[in-house]
Write a protein that binds this ligand. Structure first.
Ligand SMILES: [Zn+2]
Length: 134
């Protein structure tokens, strides 16, 4: 992961870890941090199999809990893109459809964790206990 300004990637790593334990059914990829030149563009995923998704360097600083939740949403959003086959990621028709679905999917995926993250608790939730043998 590039760190062009020598700032911390601590929050990105923390939210990637949190995404891995709260979204176990999708692959959470590695990200490269870049300057997107547009504060509204927080991440993107290339339609090529050999390029890792990108995250905006707006996250390379100390983040408040609600900024951490925003980062979590971006990570989950790009991860949902990334979990589609690369050869489906290119066309604008497909992107529009995916974006509509992705945003719904992302809301459903992130909402259950909003309160926890915004309260400052980003520890992975305890896994459910194993079933007890009688
Ligand atoms: Zn997107």
């Amino acid at each position: 992961m590039s760190d062009p300004f020598g700032l911390t990637a601590e929050y990105i790593e923390k939210m990637r870890k949190f995404a891995k334990c709260t979204q176990p059914d999708i692959d959470i990829p590695d990200f490269e941090v870049v300057s997107t030149g547009n504060p509204a563009l927080r991440g993107y995923t290339y339609p090529y199999p050999y390029l890792v998704p990108r995250l905006s360097d707006i996250y390379m600083k100390e983040l408040s809990p609600s900024e951490q939740f925003d980062l979590y949403g971006t990570i989950v959003h790009e991860s949902v893109h990334y979990n589609f086959p690369w050869y489906q990621r290119g066309s604008s028709e497909y992107l529009n459809k995916v974006h509509r679905n992705n945003n719904e999917m992302v809301r459903k995926r992130t909402q259950p964790w909003e309160r926890k993250i915004k309260s400052g608790d980003t520890k992975c939730p305890e896994p459910p206990p194993p079933p007890q043998c009688p």
